[in-house]
Design a binder for this molecule. Structure first.
Ligand code: NAG
Ligand code: NAG
Ligand code: NAG
Ligand code: NAG
Ligand code: NAG
Ligand code: NAG
Length: 448
């Protein structure tokens, strides 16, 4: 608890520091037009702006045991491939980059980590750093692959940029809750190869549990193992509310499966699954699902009401008001929260719909009075109360915080508290409860 609090205070200090700094500085980013690609509108590469590392999904697992952990672009010419595995049996395999919606012979060889262009040997979990040839930079290519030149065979790849598209995927039902505390928020079929699983919980106690996909009305031994979010096939351990992206292996796509779930291979037990509807159009897998076509990081946020609705005093209802989250998003790890938020220009909030269920009422925060940065893992920090809220305890929605004098529509965090004791120091709250509207003045100093 103390460490938690310390981390929090640290973050508070940093964040208030950065907001005072911000007021005096000019916009840090310049838009630099690219010479070669009319689809590119990258925000970055002014020589003074630091390069923000770009996260790519692990290699897809197509052949020769190729797999990896997440891949990171650490500067415009350098790729860091974590935990690379490959059986070494391809006769003429190379790292390979190119343009297009799928790897092809029309690419360029990238030398291995020792600057050699000999065929790649076996890898058994090494971290490998490779550099693009000549003056080539990541924003001129669409994929990084391991490619056999002689047989024009793709062993696996990862996409760098998302092709122009307004499609952010199709929302599916959460996992059914059959065993081992498995539950989740909605699952998004981001494209035909990729699922986004929100707010995943699992107790980690199944002896041989794996993501699993296949045909038929429910999971069975006929299914196929789906590697975890780090590209590994080892038994899954505990999840405590993470958001993860997982990729279907080999030839599998959402067209060739009926379900996706968690399955214990040893005991042939279904822990829970979701069904892929057949009457929806899931986008083709033609780009990095983590970024928009203009390389803004996609932050998927939990929206309380349907896409065309807002939260009214009696519940969700139709409105013309726009969904426009005001929050800063911060990079972090277990011991550190970045003081500078990720530049707002380099983020795109993409909603999925999930109402939180509260045993008490829902309270909107007022962005004029509260600061509530979003962590990149989906948790919400409420600075006044030193709380880090999981996705079970908040959702984001547009509400009217106005009063008799006029309306004031804002998109903000709606919090859920389990008791009537509202641990917030701000002044006005509209309490949203079914069928009634109360206006409360809540005294200061209630923060726990
Ligand atoms: C690169 O060099 C290191 C150290 O000599 C060696 O262990 C590794 O296998 C080499 N990698 C390749 C792809 O040849
Ligand atoms: C690879 O890099 C990761 C992240 O930097 C690190 O945790 C891991 O220990 C490294 N593995 C090896 C084999 O060096
Ligand atoms: C994936 O990697 C992250 C970061 O190293 C780690 O926290 C997480 O537990 C890993 N997931 C699995 C399923 O091993
Ligand atoms: C997200 O990160 C914060 C800060 O590191 C941590 O306190 C919180 O538990 C994390 N949330 C999840 C769901 O892992
Ligand atoms: C697809 O079918 C399901 C079940 O029949 C139905 O509930 C849903 O509304 C349909 N969706 C679309 C987009 O037609
Ligand atoms: C967390 O990030 C900070 C700053 O980037 C870094 O110094 C630290 O080593 C990281 N800690 C872990 C556990 O990864």
């Amino acid at each position: 608890m103390n460490a938690f609090r310390a981390l929090f205070l640290f973050a508070c200090a940093l964040i208030s520091h950065s907001s005072t700094q911000k007021a005096s500085s000019s916009p840090p980013l310049a838009v630099v037009p690219l010479q070669t690609d009319e689809n590119s509108a990258d925000i970055e590469t002014s020589s003074t702006a630091p390069f923000l590392p770009i996260t790519l999904l692990p290699f897809t697992q197509l052949a020769h045991g190729l797999r990896s952990g997440p891949i990171t672009i650490i500067d415009p010419r350098t790729f860091f491939i974590q935990d690379l595995h490959y059986d070494g049996k391809g006769p003429d395999a190379h790292f390979w980059v190119g343009k297009g919606t799928w790897p092809s012979g029309d690419g360029i060889l990238v030398r291995n980590e020792n600057q050699s262009s000999l065929p790649l040997p076996a890898y058994t979990g090494q971290n490998v750093t490779i550099t693009l040839p000549g003056s080539l930079t990541y924003n001129k290519i669409d994929y990084l692959a391991m490619w056999c030149i002689t047989f024009k065979h793709n062993f696996g790849h990862t996409f760098i940029r998302r092709r122009p598209s307004t499609e952010y995927g199709v929302q599916l039902a959460p996992f059914t809750r059959l065993a081992h505390g498995l539950r989740s928020g909605p699952i998004v079929a981001v494209d035909k190869k990729t699922f986004f699983v929100s707010n995943l919980h699992y107790d980690g106690k199944g002896p041989d549990a794996h993501f699993w996909a296949g045909k038929g009305p429910e999971p069975s031994t006929d299914g196929v193992l789906v590697p975890d979010e780090n590209g590994s096939s080892k038994s899954l351990s505990e999840y405590t509310g993470q958001n993860v992206y997982v990729t279907l292996p080999g030839e599998l796509t959402t067209d060739s499966i009926d379900y996706f779930g968690l399955w214990c291979i040893q005991f042939k037990q279904n822990f829970g699954h979701t069904t892929i509807p057949k009457n929806v159009t899931i986008p083709e897998p033609n780009g990095n699902p983590l970024y928009t076509h203009d390389n803004r990081r996609i932050i998927r946020v939990q929206k309380c009401c349907a896409l065309n609705q807002v939260l009214l005093e009696g519940g969700c209802g139709s409105s013309e008001e726009r969904f426009n989250p005001p929050m800063n998003v911060h990079e972090h790890n277990s011991s550190h929260i970045d003081d500078e938020p990720i530049a707002a220009e380099s983020i795109e909030f993409v909603p999925f719909v999930q109402a939180i269920t509260c045993s008490h009422q829902k309270y909107p925060l007022d962005p004029e009075e509260e600061s509530f940065p979003l962590m990149k893992n989906g948790s919400l920090m409420v600075l006044n109360t030193q709380n880090i809220l999981s996705m079970d305890n908040y959702c984001i929605e547009t509400v009217n915080l106005g009063d008799e004098a006029g309306s004031r529509w804002v998109t903000t965090a709606i919090l859920c508290f389990s008791s009537g004791n509202v641990p917030l120091s701000s002044t006005f709250f509209v309490i949203y409860a079914v069928g009634m509207c109360l206006r409360h003045r809540i005294g200061g100093g209630l923060a726990a």
